[in-house]
Design a binder for this molecule. Structure first.
Ligand SMILES: C[S@@+](CC[C@H](N)C(=O)[O-])C[C@H]1O[C@@H](n2cnc3c(N)ncnc32)[C@H](O)[C@@H]1O
Length: 250
């Protein structure tokens, strides 16, 4: 996520959308630990065990009172009052919300309702695979082609990453001014990729009823993992991402 260290967090209410496994939640807690009057509300459509996410953090005992979890859809944000949030953080979740066409504009309408004028929005996402043709991302593109094909074949709707230019234009339409934009690469280690693939396969393979298709997807997974280590590679994956911050006009 873009650093919050240039932002005065005193008396600020931060709303995280898409808790997931808590990677960003832990980062936010590190930023707010020096601001006793700030608080974090983290939300996800799926129930998440907050204690499991942050108990490893040494500061958690001190911070427990100022972090809470609400299970809610990002376009609903139930129990969040209008005009009550100073900062919204949404990392790697726009693509997940976007599995259902039309939900993103619904979210933006709700987010501007709960935000205070002048509030800040921080977003981080992977690029759409069609937008990055550099050879160094070849395995990342193959990874997502495999996972998306698996999900579609199983009858699901895969993640839809949004192009940052389109996202910025949409945000402007909803009254935000994009202030900062950064892009970069992040590395996923071999064991993490293997685990992530395994999770997708356990979630979706049971819904593919044709055994030849199941067999083919297993072969494709094996081939993909073998390719990652080909030519002496260490099996890691280079992932292109972008982050932006935007301010809600007063
Ligand atoms: C990739 S994870 C988030 C990762 C996390 N933000 C981080 O930085 O570690 C995406 C999350 O979005 C959640 N999600 C999907 N659709 C959602 C929706 N409509 N509203 C809220 N959360 C949603 C999923 O349950 C999942 O936990």
């Amino acid at each position: 996520m873009l650093p919050l260290n240039n932002v005065d967090l005193s008396n600020k209410t931060i709303l995280e959308i898409g808790t997931g496994n808590g990677g960003t939640t832990r980062d936010i807690l590190k930023y707010i630990k020096d601001f006793p009057t700030s608080r974090l509300i983290t939300t996800d459509i799926v129930n998440r065990d907050l204690s499991a996410i942050v108990t490893q953090s040494v500061e958690f005992v001190k911070q427990e009172w100022k972090v809470s979890f609400i299970q809610t859809d990002a376009c609903e944000l139930k129990s969040i009052l209008a005009n009550s949030v100073d900062i919204i953080v949404v990392d790697y979740t726009i693509c997940a919300i976007n599995t259902i066409t039309g939900k993103i504009p619904l979210c933006f309408s709700r987010w501007i309702e709960v935000m205070k004028p002048g509030g800040l929005l921080f977003i981080e996402e992977e690029f759409p695979i069609t937008s990055q043709s550099d050879l160094k991302y070849i395995h990342w593109r193959r990874y997502w082609r495999l996972v998306k094909s698996l999900v579609i074949t199983a009858g699901g709707s895969p993640y839809h990453e949004i192009d940052p230019k389109v996202l910025s234009m949409l945000l402007e339409n909803y009254g935000f001014k994009v202030q900062q934009f950064e892009e970069g690469d992040t590395i996923l280690e071999y064991q993490e990729i293997k685990q992530a693939l395994q999770n997708h396969y356990s979630d979706w393979l049971p819904f593919i009823h044709n055994r030849w298709l199941r067999f083919t997807f297993r072969i494709l997974k094996r081939q993909f993992l073998r390719q990652l280590k080909k030519n002496g590679g260490d099996g890691s994956l280079i992932i292109p991402y972008y982050s932006l911050s935007a301010c809600l006009k007063e």
